[in-house]
Design a protein around this ligand. Structure first.
Ligand code: C2E
Ligand code: CA
Ligand code: CA
Ligand code: CA
Length: 279
């Protein structure tokens, strides 16, 4: 048993070492990825269940590394967070998404809104709204065309500071969405005082909303609460028609997910939009 334990410890050490090594390699490669144009954005439509129209798209970062191929965003975003590179990366995402929105507009295509994910680190810095305002001015973007997605856990980490940033964003005319909702232990009292336009119901509830009564009950409660507070609800990760029908019947406002479309390149989105793409 002793020998086993020692082996286990050695193994755990080796694994931790490999993990740290990979993180260092990813961090240093990421540093060059921006300059070398290895990063790109893809866009996933968000659709209204009442009108059937595309009301927005979520910008999602992709990294095609010459060394590792496509690196999952969950991995490189986490590395960027831990190494302080998220500021630069987040700025690139925001600016690229705004430029793309302006390009769509100029081409006469209607993409009402582009939503950008903002990391907890960007929120903690305290100058988020100022940075957003600068990018809006630089790109000539209409603030009403921009949405900011912040995770519930990032917001609840420091609700007072988050509330301040959200109010400033709202004052600019930017829409605010609470991402991954239902996973972050919100206090209802907090939620009530936060200026939030859209609650994004986490995929973990949506995935079995049509088969598990517990997920249905939670979804129903979140819909009632959000609507009572004047917020819209967007269901994430809708993959099946059964989920869509159920969500529509319960009064869910918006959906996003593979059932309607996976995230797509800007060119593909333009083509489908010009064909009158809708639900
Ligand atoms: P998220 O913000 O919750 O984004 C939604 C994720 O769900 C995306 O994964 C999307 O591709 C995926 N998804 C959409 N529809 C479906 C579906 O029907 N089924 C399933 N199984 N998945 C679906 P992705 O693109 O891999 O991004 C993962 C996470 O990485 C995002 O989660 C977000 O937290 C983070 N991320 C991505 N891009 C950025 C960025 O530019 N900035 C920041 N801060 N985070 C980002
Ligand atoms: Ca998101
Ligand atoms: Ca989400
Ligand atoms: Ca998520």
């Amino acid at each position: 048993a002793l020998a086993d334990e020692a082996g286990g410890v050695a193994f755990a050490r080796a694994e931790a070492h490999a993990h740290a090594l990979r993180e260092m390699q990813v961090a240093s490669a990421l540093r060059h990825a921006l300059e070398r144009q290895e990063l790109r954005l893809v866009y996933q439509p968000q659709v209204s269940l009442t009108s059937g129209a595309i009301v927005g798209v979520e910008a999602l970062a992709r990294w095609n590394s010459p060394r590792w191929g496509e690196v999952p965003p969950t991995e490189f975003i986490a590395v960027a967070e831990r190494t302080g590179m998220i500021g630069e990366l987040g700025h690139w995402v925001l600016e690229t998404a705004c430029r793309q929105w302006v390009a769509w507009r100029t081409a006469g295509l209607s993409v009402p809104r582009v939503a950008v994910n903002v990391s907890p680190h960007q929120l903690r810095r305290g100058d988020l709204a100022l940075k957003v305002q600068r990018v809006l001015l630089d790109t000539g973007m209409d603030p009403r065309g921009l949405g900011i997605e912040l995770t519930e856990s990032a917001v609840m980490d420091d609700p007072a500071r988050a509330g301040q940033a959200l109010s400033e964003l709202r004052a600019l005319g930017v829409e605010v969405a609470l991402d991954d909702f239902g996973t972050g232990y919100s206090s209802l009292a907090c939620l009530r005082s936060l200026p939030i336009d859209v609650v994004k119901l986490d995929r973990s509830f949506v995935s079995d909303v049509d088969t598990a009564p517990e997920s249905m009950a939670l979804t129903r409660a979140i819909l009632t609460m959000a609507h009572g507070l004047g917020m819209q609800v967007l269901a994430e990760g809708v993959e099946r028609e059964d989920q869509l029908n159920l969500l529509r019947a319960k009064g869910c406002d918006l959906i996003q997910g593979y059932w309607f479309s996976p995230p797509v390149a800007p060119q593909a989105l333009s083509e489908r939009l010009s064909e009158g793409w809708r639900l």
